[in-house]
Design a protein around this ligand. Structure first.
Ligand code: DAH
Length: 351
């Protein structure tokens, strides 16, 4: 023990009290700073007689080393404590609810089209898709719409500012009926040998759902809407088969046998005879009202010729229906625009 022991003890106690690096540096200054207690001791050496300087200097240095040792130990302890604090702050809290990845759902019209595909699929119908930007021949001419005939204005067609090889404006298809022609021509090409030898050709049985476009917009019409075309061509496919197929479809689609179909005479250039198909439910909110669900008819011989087939041998029916309309009826939606506004509060109800 020497007279410097209390100084060392004071320093150790001071350093231990410091809880932050800044407090520790303040404490350090009180001992090792310019006018700190250790520094004062060293200065006091100057006034000692020469013989006393060396032993006194050794004592002060020993005390200074102990103080520096205590200082470094405390610095390390505070740094370690700070690291632990940061680790704790950033640590994983397994009790926190996770961030959920949003799950999507199918659009009610997509659900309806899937349903249509499944039902017709079960009746042996293929599903085909085709271009939404069409040429004049497929949209109109091939479907027995003579050029410059007023029947062409039955659809308020959108035209595209590009012409086809025949010099006619391309259009946004106003119906899915061009797909009758595209599919039937591909089928005829595939079976060209059988057709040339008058051998039986496999029947055409297809539906073609997709987007269609017309200049039209109100609660029950949207400029973009959906249609689903249907075509069945064989050697003796008749209006009677159309009735059976369509009745079957409606019963399956609406999951009830309690509905009546009505084929109301109508006109389409591509069918003869033509009909609009109405249904009426025996029960439910729409009970007793006739609701139009499709246009249909026996394919016109001119159209069969444009398929690349012989209307004396290949006959059948076509129909075109509106999946949007069917979705409205099935889900009880009164405004078509709700389907296309993209409001998730509406759309999530069909997930
Ligand atoms: N394409 C017609 C329309 O857009 C609907 C239609 C009617 C399609 C009769 C057909 C059909 O295939 O035979 O209004």
């Amino acid at each position: 023990m020497n007279d410097l022991a209390p100084l060392v003890l004071d320093a150790q106690a001071d350093f231990a009290r410091a809880t932050t690096p800044a407090e520790l540096e303040d404490a350090k200054a009180r001992y090792l700073g310019k006018s700190g207690r250790v520094t004062e001791q060293l200065k006091s050496l100057a006034v000692l007689p020469a013989d006393d300087k060396k032993p006194r200097g050794a004592l002060i240095n020993a005390a200074k080393q102990q103080i520096e040792f205590a200082l470094n130990a405390r610095r390390a302890a505070l740094a370690e404590a700070e690291l632990q604090r940061q680790l704790m702050a950033g640590s994983l809290d397994v009790g926190l609810p996770g961030r959920r990845r949003g799950t999507g759902g199918l659009h009610p019209v997509s659900l309806t089209i899937e349903r249509i595909e499944a039902i017709f699929g079960s009746m042996g119908f293929d599903v085909a898709e085709g271009p939404e930007i069409e040429n004049d021949w497929h949209s109109f001419t091939a479907l027995n719409n003579p050029e410059n005939h007023p029947a062409r204005s039955m659809q308020d067609t959108f035209y595209v500012d590009v012409k086809d090889a025949a010099g006619r404006w391309l259009n946004l298809r106003p119906h899915t009926s061009p797909m009758q022609v595209r599919y039937a021509r591909a089928h005829a090409a595939k079976h060209a040998d059988a057709i040339a030898q008058s051998l039986p050709m496999p029947e055409i049985r297809v539906i073609a759902p997709g987007r269609t476009y017309r200049v039209d917009s109100d609660a029950t019409h949207s400029p973009m809407f959906h249609q689903c075309e249907g075509l069945w061509i064989g050697e003796s496919v008749s209006f009677k088969d159309l009735k059976v197929v369509f009745s079957d479809f409606c019963r399956k689609f609406f999951e009830t046998d309690e509905l009546t179909l009505r084929f109301r005479p109508s006109f389409f250039p591509f069918t003869e005879p033509s009909a609009e198909v109405d249904i009426a439910f025996a029960h439910g909110p729409l009970q007793g009202r006739w609701l139009e669900v499709a246009g249909a008819g026996q394919v016109h011989p001119n159209v069969v010729r444009n398929y690349g087939l012989d209307p004396e041998r290949h006959i059948g029916f076509a129909f075109g229906m509106g999946p949007d309309r069917l979705a409205m009826l099935r889900y009880g939606v009164s405004d078509l625009r709700l389907f296309f506004d993209g409001d998730l509060r509406f759309l999530r109800q069909f997930d």
